[in-house]
Design a protein around this ligand. Sequence first.
Ligand code: NAP
Length: 246
Amino acid sequence: MTTPYNSALVTGASRGIGEAIVRRFRARDMVVHAAALPDQALLDMATETGAIAHGIDLRDTAALAAMMDGLEVDVLVNNAGILPELQPFAASTPATIDALLDVNLRAALHVTNLALPGMIARDRGHIFFMGSIAGKHPTPNTATYGATKAALQAFAEGLRCDLLGSSIRVTVLMPGRVQTRLYDGIFGGNDKATEALYDDFDAIQPDDIATVITHALDLPARVDLTTIEVLPTKQIFGGSTISRNR
Ligand SMILES: NC(=O)c1ccc[n+]([C@@H]2O[C@H](COP(=O)([O-])OP(=O)(O)OC[C@H]3O[C@@H](n4cnc5c(N)ncnc54)[C@H](OP(=O)(O)O)[C@@H]3O)[C@@H](O)[C@H]2O)c1
């Protein structure tokens, strides 16, 4: 299967969902720029797949500008994200609040801002944002994380307004639980704790998200799949419960 798009930048590309997307794009012979914190995992994945590795801390705005200088891509996947804590907001530290906003939201806006002029000039592009179902259905202990994801959704809606008349598509994905290492920061690499997250249901796999993205890419240019909720079949959000003061 070929795609009308020839090149891509994927952030958060060293593992999990981002890595699966890089592999899928490379299998379609796209030129793929893979950005993540500089480590061996990123380099190994790039060597194996033929992607171009960009070791970068996406919170560093100057480094972002340097990475994007002269870089032309048809597809941008703003995927990098962190979930460093699961606790009531009152227990969050200023550093954690800033890190969540910086990686999940601010970096995505900066990368998009840097990629857009070229896309507009070529009238060609598809921008993805990796939101989360947490941005739509708030859950306890993830208030800031959910806020960043809701903000991405709001931003994408506004961006689509700004791009009216262009051929550039904007898509937000809102996955439920995907089996990755996103929770490593919380569980400190405790494999049993991480595995327990996926015990109860058949979690979505990173490759499934890559499939959803390629479906969106392959739709006719006149079709923009704007928001995609992707839940495990055995996970629901809904119903209603009454919480009482205790
Ligand atoms: N897993 C889920 O259940 C789920 C559900 C809904 C949405 N999402 C979203 O999906 C996206 C991908 O998450 P994932 O589950 O694949 O998690 P993951 O396995 O932890 O991957 C996160 C990626 O982001 C990179 N990253 C983190 N901080 C960075 C920074 N400051 N600069 C550059 N790269 C950075 C990581 O690089 P390093 O490996 O070098 O740290 C890694 O490549 C996130 O936006 C997440 O919020 C995940």
